[in-house]
Design a protein around this ligand. Structure first.
Ligand SMILES: *Cc1c(COP(=O)(O)O)cnc(C)c1O
Length: 371
C-alpha cells in the first residue's frame, strides 16, 4: 500500500505554469507612460520598485510635525537610480539597431550603461575622470565588461568628448542628454505617488547634471495630468558647495567635493533645472562636504540606511533649510545611490573606530566590549 501524506481531497495543486513574476521592471509596469510599443525589445534587470522608507530621526531634527521619507534608489540592480534611465536608453538603442553605446560618467552611469548594454548584447564605452570615480563603481564597469577609458580631465570635459563622438562615430550617447534616460527616470516619481497616494509637499534631491530633478518633475506633472495626484511638490535641489553652478549662476571650472557623483561644474540640463525650480516654486541650495558627511553618518547609524555621499546631500539640504518646511508637510528625500559604491568614503569618514589587536579569547573579547 502506498502511503500518502495528503488525503486526495487536500493534494496541493501545482502552481500554474506561467506563474506571475512579480514586479516586471519599470518599462512593463509603467508601459502606458513610456515611449515603447509591443515590438520594442525591452532590456531590463527588473529595476525600480525601490522602497520609500520613513526616517523618524531625520523628521525629529526638523523640530515640528512633519513626515520624512527617503526614496532609496540605491537598491536598484546596479546600485543607483541610473538604472531607471538606462533600461529605457538601452532598450531604445537596441530597438534602433545600435551596436555600441558611450557615456561620460562620474561612475554610476558607467556601471548602469555597462550592465544594460552587455545584457542587451552591445558594446559599452565609458569615459571617466581619472582618479575621481569611487572604487565600487569602477569595479562594476570593469566586471560588467565595459571598455573603460580614464581621461586626464574632469567630467565636463569627458561629456564634451562623448557628445562629439556620438555625432561622428557609430555609437549611441546614453548620458542624460539622451531623452529616453529622463523618460525612464521619471518613474521614480510615479512610485512615490503610488505609495503615498499623492505627491509629497517637498521633494529634496541632489543635483549634478540635473537630469534626475528634471525627470522627477516630468513624472509628477504627468501623473498630475492623469489625476493620479492632486498636488505637485516643491522641487528642492541641493548641490555640493564646491560644485554649485546652479546656485552661483556660472559654470565652475574646477568643481570640488567628496560627493563625486555630483562633482559637476557645468550641468548638461542647466536650463531645464532652472525651469523646474521656477515652475515648482522650489529652490536650489548648497551643502558643504561636512554637512553631507553628517547626514551620511546619521542615515547609516540612526536609520540603518547606507547611501553614497552624493545621495546624502538631499538629507543634508533638508536639515539645512528645515526652518522653511511647513508644519504638517510630507517630505521625500531621494537617496540616489548605494553606500557600498564608495567604501573608501565610508571608512575614511566613519567616526566609529575599529578595535584591533584583540586576542582570540573570550575574556579578551569581553574586555574589549566593555564588560
Ligand atoms: C548621477 C547621480 C547624481 C546626480 O544626478 P543628476 O541627474 O546628474 O543631477 C546624484 N547622485 C548619484 C548617486 C548619482 O549617481
Amino acid at each position: 500500500m502506498t502511503l500518502s501524506l495528503f488525503p486526495s481531497s487536500q493534494t496541493p495543486t501545482a502552481r500554474p505554469a506561467a506563474a506571475p513574476s512579480g514586479w516586471r521592471g519599470l518599462i512593463e509596469e509603467y508601459r502606458q507612460f513610456l515611449p515603447v510599443t509591443d515590438a520594442t525589445p525591452v532590456v531590463t534587470l527588473r529595476e525600480g520598485n525601490t522602497p520609500l522608507i520613513p526616517v523618524p530621526s531625520i523628521a525629529a531634527e526638523i523640530g515640528k510635525q512633519v513626515q520624512v521619507f527617503v526614496k532609496y534608489d540605491g537598491l536598484n540592480p546596479t546600485g543607483s537610480f541610473k538604472d531607471r534611465g538606462m533600461t529605457m536608453a538601452i532598450t531604445k538603442a537596441k530597438e534602433a539597431g545600435a551596436k555600441a553605446v558611450i557615456c561620460a560618467s562620474t561612475g554610476n552611469t558607467s556601471a548602469a550603461a555597462a550592465a544594460y548594454a552587455r545584457r542587451g548584447g552591445m558594446r559599452a564605452f565609458v569615459l571617466i575622470p581619472d582618479g575621481y570615480v569611487a572604487l565600487g563603481k569602477l569595479a562594476q564597469a570593469l566586471v560588467y565588461g565595459a571598455e573603460v577609458l580614464a581621461i586626464e580631465g574632469n567630467f565636463d570635459q569627458a561629456l564634451k568628448i562623448v557628445r562629439e563622438m556620438a555625432e561622428t562615430y557609430p555609437v549611441t550617447l546614453v548620458n542624460s542628454v539622451n531623452p529616453y534616460r529622463l523618460e525612464g527616470q521619471k518613474t521614480a516619481a510615479f512610485e512615490v505617488v503610488d505609495v503615498l497616494g499623492d505627491a509629497p509637499d517637498w521633494l529634496c534631491i541632489p543635483v549634478g547634471n540635473a537630469g534626475n530633478i528634471s525627470a522627477y518633475w516630468m513624472g509628477f506633472c504627468e501623473y498630475h495630468q492623469h489625476q493620479r495626484c492632486q498636488k505637485l511638490p516643491r522641487m528642492m535641489g541641493f548641490q555640493a558647495a564646491g560644485a554649485a553652478p546652479l546656485i552661483s549662476g556660472h559654470a565652475v571650472e574646477h568643481p570640488e567635493t567628496l560627493a563625486t557623483a555630483i562633482r559637476i561644474g557645468n550641468p548638461a540640463n542647466w536650463e531645464r533645472a532652472i525651469a523646474v525650480k521656477d515652475a515648482s516654486q522650489g529652490a536650489f541650495n548648497p551643502v558643504t562636504d561636512d554637512e553631507i558627511i553628517a547626514a551620511y553618518r546619521m542615515l547609516a547609524s540612526q536609520e540603518g540606511i547606507f547611501c553614497e555621499p552624493a545621495s546624502a546631500a538631499s538629507v543634508a539640504g533638508l536639515l539645512k533649510v528645515k526652518d522653511q518646511v511647513p508644519a504638517g508637510a510630507t517630505v521625500v528625500c531621494v537617496l540616489t545611490g548605494n553606500g557600498l559604491k564608495d567604501p573608501d568614503a565610508a571608512i575614511k569618514h566613519s567616526e566609529n573606530p575599529l578595535k584591533q589587536g584583540i586576542q582570540p579569547h573570550l575574556e579578551a573579547v569581553a574586555k574589549a566590549m566593555g564588560f
